[in-house]
Design a protein. Structure first.
Lengths: 113, 115
């Protein structure tokens, strides 16, 4: 079965640089969620989208922005990167009508040097 | 705001034995969903099992089952016939009823299955 696709899988950036993470949900899933997992921590919710509209917002820094496109894929844009942004970034997707069950992608490992 | 607590940072079990992981949560909502996710060394987040709060029957998925006690706000995971591949970090998660609802995770329990 098709799963959530995230790209790139690994990313190394310097401080103050910009990064863009992409997420392609499971086919026919219309809701996308972004989570950040720091080393040794549980995933923390950042933001979610349904039908290209933001549906919920968590602890996402102002330096980050995200959007969902007409084909339901989503991008997380991160600017002025800081060392503390080094983490595993997960995208998850679900059906709106079954929004409670989220399926996670493999994650993007971001390292900020 | 919801909180999820896993009081067992680490647990170990012998292969083929049974182990139970604990989770408690706090919420003012009446309808919600609870999940257990598994995160092996690859760090992929894998859905293990889910429970709807409005269902009294405990969910079961093969060797995995839950003990859901709504009044006590408790949601434990039982793994029967443990296998080496069950070694992973296990996260308990809460999802509210509202659409687009975020998941709130517990701190995780690192389970090691020993041969």
């Amino acid at each position: 079965a098709a799963g959530v696709i995230q790209s790139p899988r690994h990313l190394i950036k310097e401080k103050r640089e910009t990064a863009t993470l992409k997420c392609y949900p499971i086919p026919r899933h219309d809701t996308v969620y972004w989570y950040q997992q720091g080393p040794g921590q549980d995933p923390q919710f950042l933001i979610s989208f349904y039908e290209k509209m933001q549906s919920d917002k968590g602890s996402i820094p102002d330096r980050f922005s995200a959007q969902q496109f007409s084909d339901y894929h989503s991008e997380l844009n991160m600017s002025s990167l800081e060392l503390g942004d080094s983490a595993l970034y997960f995208c998850a997707s679900s059906f709106w009508t079954e929004q409670e069950t989220q399926y996670f992608g493999p994650g993007t490992r971001l390292l900020v040097l | 705001a919801q909180t999820v607590t896993q009081s067992q940072p680490e647990m170990s079990v012998q292969e083929a034995e049974t182990v139970t992981l604990s989770c408690t949560y706090d919420t003012s909502e009446n309808n919600y969903y609870l999940f257990w996710y598994k995160q092996p060394p690859s760090r992929q987040m894998i859905l293990v099992i889910r429970q709807e709060a409005y269902k009294q029957q405990n969910a079961t998925e093969n060797r995995f089952s839950v003990n859901f006690q709504k009044a006590a706000k408790s949601f434990s995971l039982k793994i029967s016939d443990s296998q080496l591949g069950d070694t992973a970090m296990y996260f308990c998660a809460f999802g509210g009823e509202s659409s687009g609802s975020r998941l709130t995770f517990g701190e995780g329990t690192q389970l090691t299955v020993n041969p």
